[in-house]
Design a protein around this ligand. Structure first.
Ligand code: RFL
Ligand code: PHB
Length: 390
C-alpha cells in the first residue's frame, strides 16, 4: 500500500489533520490502535477557542457544533468563599469560547471523514515507523494478526502522549521538558442541569474544583484529588458532598446531583518535546506536548499544531517547497510554550499544593487578589483563555 501522508492516531489532532489535507487534495491514511467505539467514547475536553472552531468551519465539520454548542462570554473564579466573574468578552474586545465536548468534535470529524470516503484503519496493532530519516518512510502494523506496510512521503505522529511516534525517535535527537504535579483531577459526567450558566474555577482549602458542562442538561465536574486516589473510593454521594464543600453557599444550595455516567482520574503534567520534526516524521498534539487541563488548552493546541502542519504539507506538495516543513517545529513550539506557561500558571494559582510553605500560600492569595482587582491582570487571563492568535 502507498499513500502521501500516514497519520498515526485518530484523536482530534489526527482526524483534523486528515480533513485539512483532504481539503488541499492530499491523500492520507489514518492508523488507530483502538476501535472506533473506544475512540468515540473518550470523555475529555470541553472548551474550544475561536481558532479551533474556525478550523472546523474551514473543513465543513461544524454544522452540529453551531446548532448545539454553547457560547460563553465569561467564567467565574471562586476563592475565599466569593465568586468573581471574568468577563472574557469585555476584556478581549469581543471574544468568547465555545463549549462543545471533545467527544462531539471527534464524532463530527469521523463522520466528515466517512462522508469523504477516506481510509481509517482501526485496531492497528504494533504500529512501527521506519526510514523517516530518508525520503521513503514506511509504517508497519498488524490487523487481526496480519502484517501490513504502507509506504508514504511523510508521517504525522498524532498518537498522543503514550504513542509510538515520539518513542520511535532516537533519545539523543529529542529534548524533553517536564513537570509533574502532586495531584490529579477526579472527573464526573452527569445528566444534571449545570450549577451555573458559566464555568466556575474554585480555589478552596480542601483543593481545587471545577464546574463545567457539555450542554444545558449535562454537567462535567472535577475535584483535585491525590495522585494515588482511585475512582472506587469515590461513590457518587461522596463526590457530590465533597464538591458542595468546595463551593460557595449559593452554588452549593443550587447544585443538582444525580448518578454519574462517567468517572475517571487524570494526573496533571506539563511536558514539551523539542523539536517536533525528525526528517520526514512530524509530531503534533499530545504526542508532542501535554498541558495540565486547568487552562483548557490541550485540544486547542492540537488544533493549532495541525493547522501549521497542514500548511507545511500543502506547501510541500503544491509548491514543491520544504520551507514550511523546515519551520513547522519552530512555529508550533512558539505557541505551545505560551499555552504551557498559561496552563502552568492557572494550575499554580488554583490548586492546593501539598507540603507548601506559608510564603507560597500568601503569594497564591496575592495572585488571586491581584487578578480580580486589576483590569490588566483580567485582560491577560482573558487573552490567553480565549486563545492567542494563530
Ligand atoms: P489523543 O486524543 O490522545 O489521541 C491520540 C490517538 O492516538 C491513538 N494511539 C495510537 N494509534 C496507533 N498506534 C499507536 N501506537 C497509538 N498510540 C496511541 C490513541 O488511541 C488516540 O486515539 O491526542 P490528540 O489527538 O493530540 O488530542 C489531544 C487532546 O485529546 C487533549 O489535549 C485534550 O483532551 C486535553 N484536555 C483539554 N483540552 C482542551 O483544549 N480543553 C479542555 O477543556 C480540556 N480538558 C483535557 C481536558 C484532558 C483531560 N485529560 C483526561 C487529561 C480535561 C481532561 C480531564
Ligand atoms: C471540561 O469541561 O472538561 C473542562 C473545562 C475547562 C477546563 C478543563 C476541562 O479548564
Amino acid at each position: 500500500m502507498r499513500t502521501q501522508v500516514v497519520i498515526v492516531g485518530a484523536g482530534p489532532a489526527g482526524l483534523l489533520l486528515g480533513q485539512l489535507l483532504h481539503a488541499y487534495g492530499i491523500e492520507s491514511i489514518i492508523l488507530e490502535r483502538k476501535d472506533r467505539a473506544y475512540v468515540l467514547a473518550r470523555v475529555r475536553a470541553g472548551v474550544l477557542e475561536q481558532g479551533t472552531v474556525d478550523l472546523l468551519d474551514s473543513i465543513g465539520a461544524s454544522d452540529r457544533l453551531h446548532r448545539e454548542a454553547l457560547i460563553h462570554d465569561g467564567l467565574e473564579i471562586l476563592f475565599g468563599g466569593v465568586r468573581h466573574r471574568i468577563d472574557l468578552k469585555t476584556a478581549t474586545g469581543g471574544k468568547s469560547v465555545t463549549i462543545y465536548g471533545q467527544t462531539e468534535v471527534t464524532r463530527d470529524l469521523i463522520d466528515a471523514r466517512d462522508a469523504c470516503g477516506l481510509t481509517t484503519i482501526y485496531d492497528a496493532d504494533d504500529v512501527s515507523l521506519h526510514d523517516f530519516d530518508t525520503h521513503a518512510p514506511k509504517v508497519r502494523f498488524k490487523v487481526q494478526g496480519v502484517a501490513r506496510e504502507i509506504r508514504c512521503d511523510v508521517i504525522a505522529g498524532c498518537d498522543g502522549f503514550h504513542g509510538v511516534s515520539r518513542a520511535s525517535v532516537p533519545a539523543a535527537a529529542v529534548r524533553s521538558f517536564e513537570r509533574e504535579y502532586p495531584f490529579g483531577w477526579l472527573g464526573v459526567l452527569s445528566d444534571t442541569t449545570p450549577v451555573s450558566d458559566e464555568l466556575i474555577y474554585v480555589n478552596h482549602p480542601r483543593g481545587f474544583a471545577l464546574c463545567s458542562m457539555r450542554s444545558r442538561r449535562r454537567s462535567r465536574y472535577y475535584l483535585q484529588c491525590a495522585l494515588d486516589d482511585h475512582v472506587d473510593h469515590w461513590p457518587d454521594d461522596r463526590f457530590w458532598d465533597e464538591l458542595k464543600r468546595r463551593l460557595d453557599t449559593d452554588a452549593a444550595s443550587r447544585l443538582v446531583t444525580g448518578p454519574s455516567i462517567e468517572k475517571s482520574i487524570a494526573p496533571l503534567r506539563s511536558f514539551v518535546a523539542e523539536p517536533l520534526r525528525f526528517g520526514r516524521l512530524f509530531l503534533a498534539g499530545d504526542a508532542a506536548h501535554i498541558v495540565p487541563p486547568t487552562g483548557a488548552k490541550g485540544l486547542n493546541l492540537a488544533a493549532s499544531d495541525v493547522h501549521y502542519l497542514a500548511e507545511a504539507f500543502r506547501e510541500f506538495y503544491a509548491e514543491r517547497s520544504d520551507a514550511g516543513l523546515a519551520t513547522y517545529s519552530e512555529r508550533a513550539l512558539a505557541r505551545v510554550w505560551k499555552a504551557e506557561r498559561f496552563s502552568w500558571w492557572m494550575t499554580s494559582i488554583l490548586h492546593r499544593f501539598p507540603d507548601t510553605d506559608v510564603f507560597s500560600e500568601r503569594i497564591q492569595q496575592a495572585e488571586l487578589d491581584y487578578l480580580v482587582g486589576s483590569q490588566a491582570a483580567i485582560a491577560a487571563l482573558a487573552e490567553n483563555y480565549v486563545g492567542l492568535p494563530l
